[in-house]
Every structure is written in structure tokens, then in C-alpha cells.
Write a protein that binds this ligand. Structure first.
Ligand SMILES: [Zn+2]
Length: 455
């Protein structure tokens, strides 16, 4: 070019993503690994098992920094996550952080560390992030078949910012405040999700008479969608009635916030805004109000009851069927969890952890309040001050327990047999009230809030 030789390059970095000529993304993964391991080294200096920064801070660093770095541009390179070499690198990153979070020895396996720390395997997270991106882009998910997924309203569809509708809402707390509204009609709206079913209702109060309209939403719809649908329907009712002014009263602050925000990207909120505009153009005055829910306010209670009835009893084709993104997320997470469970069960590692927890879910439930101490971790992984462990890693001559020089000193021996811990065991049996502790008791649901501390 202009007498200058330009060398061919095998890689190009665009917006932080390294793309190579064969689309293997190996160098991108290598870069992620280097970046996150460097980060780990810095965390490692400050976070030790018995002192230093709290394990929960390490967890925060992991979820807020490491995961986003790893999942960046996931949709572009996610197919590379199927390769074993890439999985191995992701495992290295995650294992280090998981071990730090649970305060375990460095020899603890990837499977045991992630299960106890409650960290979903990174390659599964990668798959999730990519699937979510695709769903957001195309509005469909293979698992959902024909059901459409709610997409954001693109900028091009919205009005010019200078012409955007300006509106707000007022908060009302008592019956007197509601009675004081000067308007021709009051329309109460509510949405409800009950027993996995969703419904919405509109109650129009005109000259002291109640007119109710009920709407059915598909089961996967959220309460938020139901609330927004109800407000939309109220606006429709108003448009048809030809009234000059009306007050719409909803108990959903988030729905009202979405409707009154000029920057909303929600489809239903966007439509409600358009309806308010056309009402105004037709000379109708619309006021929005927030009322306190479950405060015995008559109109709101009537709308609430009607919405619940709509959810449970209305037998018709749903008036609204679009699936919220929150449902898609839950669906993808369920799939990942099932896969994680299979991997955990089929893995040769984590044999001691499996005695206590049959599934990652069970471990997650036990430690979601963060009661895992490093002593407890030693017990749950078998990697700790046990002769058997020390012998295995060539730190001790023999694997036996000093109690009888015969038995192997491992987790099982310490918890169930060793006479040196008989007193503590007796105390524990007293608290639990099950009689002699057996192997089966160990796999019972572990509740760290009630169980006494293990010394
Ligand atoms: Zn012993």
C-alpha cells in the first residue's frame, strides 16, 4: 500500500475480542485466562483461610469481575466452549476462586469446590449467556417452540426525545385521598400470579357502579406483565367510553415507573404510553395514581379479587401470550442445573463431598446464608488435617488414627467412630435427637443455622 509492505496477520482484536483466522478463539481464551489468573493472584495475597478479606468479598470479586470478563462477547465465541481444552482453562480459573470462597486446601477438586461454593460451571454459564443473547435478538428459543419472547422496543420505534410524552403519577395511601380525586371515572387495575397462573383485571367505577373486566395471561407470564396489561386495558376501556377524564389507579409502582419513564424499552409500557398520547389527542384527560396494595382500599381490593379469579377460573385462550425474558432466564438456568447435577454425579472426584450432598442444589441450599467455615470445608471435602489425607500427599508416615493405631483416620472415622471425639459426638446426638449418628445421617439435609459448630 503506497509502496509499503503490509504483513498478513493471523489475528485481529476488535472491541476486546481476539478473532483468529480459523475462528478457534484459542488466543481469546488464553487472554481471558491470563487476565483472570493475574486478578486471582492479587486476591490471593489478601485472602487467606483464617485471616484477610472475607470469603464473601472474594465471591463478589468473582461474580462482579471474573464472570463478566469471561463471558464478554459470549455469543461470538460460545461454540469454542465445547472444546475440552477451553473447558480445562475455564475450570482452572473457576477452581481457584471457588477454593478461595470456601477456604479449602488447594488440592480440593474442581467439582467439590464449585459445588460447595455454589458457582455454576463457567462453560455452562457461557452457554447460558450465548443462548440468552440469541433469544433477545431473535425473540425465540427452541425450547419454547412457537411462543414469542418479549423483545425490547428499539430506539427507532420510539418518538423523538423532544416529543416524548411527559407524564407522572401521584401516590395515594388512604380511602379519603382516593375519594378526593376530582375526576369523572376511576379505573382500578391489578395483576396477579397465583398457583403458577397469571391473570389481570380492570374495575371501572362509574356513578357508584362497578364494571369488571378480566383477562387471562399465559402461565409463563409475570405479574409485572399482568400489571402492565391491566393498565393497557384500562386505557382501552377509557378510549372506547368517550369519557372526558379518568383516573387510573394501580398498585404496581414498577409498572407505573415504566410507563412514566421517557426511556422505557418495555413493549407493554411503550404501548400504554402511545395509548395515553392518543387519549390526550382525543381530548381525554388521563391521570395515573399509585395506591397502596393490601390496605383494604375498596377499589383496589375489588381489582385484586377479580385478577385472582381471572388467573384461576378464566377458561379461554390467553389474551396475552408473550414470554418475559425472566422466564427464559429461569428456563436456561434449570437446564444448566440439570447438566451440572449429571456432571457432579458422574464425576470420579468429590467422593467425600458426595457423602454429604447428593446434588449441587442441596449444597447451595445449605450454604446460601454463608456459614461455611474453613474447618467445616475440611470436613466436607476430606482435604484437611486427617492422617489419611496427609499420608496420601506424603506429609505423614502412616494414615492411621492415634486412637488405636489400626483405623484409617479419615472423615468417616472422625465423625462416626473415633473415641477421641466421643464427647462432641454425644453432644451432637443430644441436639439432633436421632440416637447414634450413622452414615445415612450425614447425607441428610445439612442445616448450618441450627447445627452446632464443629470444633
Ligand atoms: Zn480415631
Amino acid at each position: 500500500m503506497a509502496g509499503e509492505n503490509i504483513k498478513m496477520s493471523k489475528e485481529v482484536k476488535i472491541l476486546g475480542l481476539i478473532i483468529d483466522d480459523k475462528l478457534t478463539f484459542n488466543s481469546h481464551v488464553a487472554q481471558i485466562t491470563k487476565k483472570t489468573i493475574d486478578l486471582f493472584k492479587r486476591v490471593d495475597r489478601a485472602a487467606k483461610t483464617t485471616w484477610g478479606i472475607h470469603p464473601e468479598i472474594t465471591r463478589t470479586v468473582y461474580t462482579a469481575v471474573v464472570e463478566p470478563i469471561t463471558l464478554y462477547a459470549a455469543a461470538a465465541w460460545a461454540p469454542a466452549g465445547k472444546k475440552l481444552s477451553v473447558q480445562a482453562q475455564l475450570k482452572t480459573i473457576q477452581r481457584k476462586f471457588a477454593q478461595k470462597i470456601i477456604g479449602s486446601y488447594r488440592t480440593v477438586s474442581y467439582e467439590a469446590a464449585t459445588v460447595l461454593a455454589g458457582l455454576l460451571p463457567l462453560d455452562l454459564r457461557l452457554k447460558e449467556a450465548a443462548a440468552l443473547y440469541e433469544t433477545r435478538k431473535h425473540g425465540t428459543l427452541p425450547e419454547l417452540k412457537d411462543i414469542e419472547v418479549e423483545k425490547k422496543v428499539p430506539y427507532t420505534e420510539g418518538p423523538h426525545p423532544a416529543k416524548a410524552l411527559r407524564t407522572g403519577y401521584t401516590q395515594l395511601h388512604t380511602e379519603e385521598e382516593i375519594a378526593a380525586i376530582e375526576t369523572e371515572t376511576k379505573i382500578f387495575t391489578d395483576g396477579s400470579k397465583i398457583e403458577g397462573k397469571t391473570g389481570a383485571a380492570v374495575v371501572l367505577i362509574d356513578d357508584g357502579k362497578n364494571k369488571t373486566k378480566k383477562y387471562k395471561l399465559a402461565n409463563h407470564c409475570s405479574v409485572y406483565q399482568a400489571e402492565l396489561l391491566a393498565i393497557n386495558s384500562a386505557l382501552e376501556v377509557l378510549g372506547k367510553s368517550g369519557k372526558r377524564q379518568a383516573a387510573i389507579l394501580s398498585d404496581s409502582r414498577s409498572a407505573l415507573e415504566a410507563i412514566t419513564s421517557t426511556r422505557t424499552k418495555n413493549r407493554l409500557a411503550h404501548e400504554a404510553r402511545k395509548k395515553i398520547e392518543s387519549c390526550r389527542e382525543a381530548g381525554q384527560e388521563v391521570q395515573l395514581y399509585w395506591v397502596k396494595a393490601h390496605a383494604g382500599l375498596q377499589g383496589n381490593e375489588a381489582a385484586d379479587t377479580a385478577a385472582k379469579e381471572a388467573a384461576l377460573n378464566l377458561k379461554c385462550k390467553p389474551h396475552y401470550n408473550t414470554c418475559p425474558i425472566s422466564y427464559v432466564k429461569r428456563l436456561l438456568r434449570e437446564k444448566s442445573k440439570a447438566e451440572w447435577q449429571t456432571r457432579y454425579q458422574n464425576s470420579e472426584n468429590a467422593s467425600v463431598t458426595k457423602i454429604f450432598f447428593s446434588s449441587p442444589e442441596q449444597a447451595y441450599r445449605a450454604f446460601k446464608n454463608g456459614r461455611l467455615t474453613n474447618k467445616l470445608t475440611q470436613m466436607l471435602t476430606g482435604h484437611g488435617g486427617f492422617s489419611e489425607y496427609l499420608h496420601r500427599f506424603k506429609c505423614k508416615g502412616d494414615p492411621t488414627c492415634p486412637c488405636d493405631q489400626q483405623s484409617t483416620q479419615d472423615v468417616r472415622h472422625c465423625l462416626l467412630e473415633c473415641p477421641r471425639h466421643a464427647l462432641a459426638r454425644l453432644d451432637l446426638e443430644q441436639v439432633i435427637g436421632t440416637g447414634k449418628i450413622t452414615m445415612e445421617d450425614l447425607s441428610q439435609e445439612l442445616r448450618c443455622t441450627t447445627a452446632p459448630a464443629i470444633k
